[in-house]
Design a protein around this ligand. Structure first.
Ligand code: MN
Length: 436
């Protein structure tokens, strides 16, 4: 059997003192944290697009990545990629993966040829899944790269584009059923507008909801209902994307009555592009019981675009994992590395090193978040901060027993309000103790 990573065996946990770069220093799959194994908490997934098809090119430079799976024809390359991908998953001990339709199979010269290529490649993927026990976290249709999606997919001004997108979604659900996909994602990169001068925003959003309802109906028809997820992003490639952030997307989901079928797939770098922290977006989703899955990566605060870097910031992963613990876990979603190696990390083995870094960073985040939860660090802070609602007038307010008149009577007799300091600097300093 061909191996694409001949120098690396299965990655093992060796503890933080190891000098072996091909070892986990913090991620110990079977270690129990708060009653569950780390792998059950984290449900890691590898993203086909960044890991298998990203070539290291940028708007100013040619591809840099050395990829030994490149072959004579696009189909031969696609088949090699399946082999290499499952070698990566197996060596990392990652049990889930995600892909867009165009990542796995060449588009060919027609939609019919594209679908035939998808059928052939998903047969291979299914064999590998059966052989290894690795599962499909989610798949999606790429409805943004081809020039036909210039003006959107479901939100396009051209009905033939809508039909084409619908065909891709149908195929996506067919292969989700074939591979036992647990979730199905919609990311509307081109679902937005360039100028309101020629855009009917309401019409376009109605059409996006139409496509989503068709997806729900088709899932019911074929007896396969993955958790549907919408992935918010504020901009890039569109100037203004309709699924701007978690709150905007929840308004959309509620407006069109999609709450029973749709949750959110939240990405760290999309959160920061929207001017939020990642934990803010996760918390918003939790407020609506709509935290579905996450795309793990990080942006660069010095850059205004979506850099999709592997997560290495333990502060961020700790606060993200805290939200996930508060959510009671992320299943049937997972932690998908929507992350790409930097242009200068062009060797094959960098793909493994980058995932090891990301997995270790999330493992550290999990451990720190579990300690925060076990110590009731945030619970005690918040209990104290909202204590005035536990008794007296506060308890009556939250029991809905007061009104503007009764509260006016109360305030007239209690107008000497005393506040307590938040001591926020001390809180942040104590939080640091959990990270190191
Ligand atoms: Mn991104």
């Amino acid at each position: 059997m061909t191996t694409y990573f001949p120098n690396v065996d299965k990655i093992q946990y060796e503890g933080k003192l190891t000098a072996n770069p091909f070892a986990f220093r913090h991620y110990n799959a079977d270690e129990i944290v708060m009653g569950k194994s780390m792998k059950e908490h984290l449900r890691f997934a590898v993203a086909y697009w960044h890991t298998m098809t990203q070539d290291g090119s940028d708007p100013f430079g040619n591809p840099t990545n050395i990829r030994t799976w490149e072959a004579e024809t696009p189909m031969a390359t696609a088949k090699n990629r399946v082999e290499a991908f499952f070698e990566i998953l197996t060596k990392l001990g990652v049990e889930y993966f995600c892909f867009h339709d165009i990542d796995i199979a060449p588009e060919g010269d027609s939609l019919e040829e594209f679908f035939a290529n998808i059928d052939e490649i998903t047969d291979l993927i299914k064999e590998k899944m059966d052989e290894t026990g690795i599962k499909l976290l989610w798949n999606t249709a790429n409805m943004f790269s081809d020039p036909r999606f210039n003006n959107g997919a479901a939100s396009s001004n051209n009905a033939e584009v809508f039909a084409y997108a619908a065909a891709q979604v149908k195929k996506g659900l067919d292969i989700s059923k074939k591979l036992g996909g647990q979730n199905y994602v919609f990311w509307g990169g081109r679902e937005g507008y360039e100028s309101l001068l020629n855009t009917d925003m309401k019409f376009e959003q109605d059409n996006i909801a139409r496509l989503f309802k068709m997806a729900i109906a088709y899932g019911e028809k074929i007896g396969h209902k993955p958790q549907f997820l919408i992935e918010p992003k504020p901009k890039e490639p569109s100037k203004h994307q309709y699924d701007f952030d978690a709150a905007t997307t929840m308004a959309f989901i509620q407006k069109y009555g999609l709450e029973g079928d749709f949750k959110l797939n939240l990405e760290a770098n999309h959160a920061t592009l929207a001017g939020h922290t990642f934990e803010h977006e996760l918390n918003v989703a939790r407020c609506y019981d709509a935290l579905g899955s996450i795309d793990a990566n990080q942006g660069d605060t010095l850059l205004g675009w979506d850099t999709d870097e592997f997560p290495t910031n333990i502060y961020d992963t700790t606060l993200a994992m805290y939200e996930i613990l508060e959510n009671g876990g992320i299943a049937p979603g997972g932690i998908n590395f929507d992350s790409k190696v930097r242009r200068s990390s062009f060797e094959m083995d960098d793909l493994l090193l980058a995932h090891i870094a990301g997995m270790d960073t999330f493992a550290r985040g999990l451990k720190a978040a579990a300690a925060l939860k076990e110590d009731r660090f945030f619970d005690e802070l918040k209990e104290k901060r909202y204590a005035t609602y536990q008794e007296g007038i506060g308890a009556k307010i939250v029991a809905d027993k007061e009104d503007l008149e009764t509260l006016t009577d109360y305030a007239l007799q209690h107008d000497d309000v005393k506040l307590e300091s938040s001591h926020l600097e001390m809180v942040k300093s104590r939080l640091n103790d959990y990270l190191v």
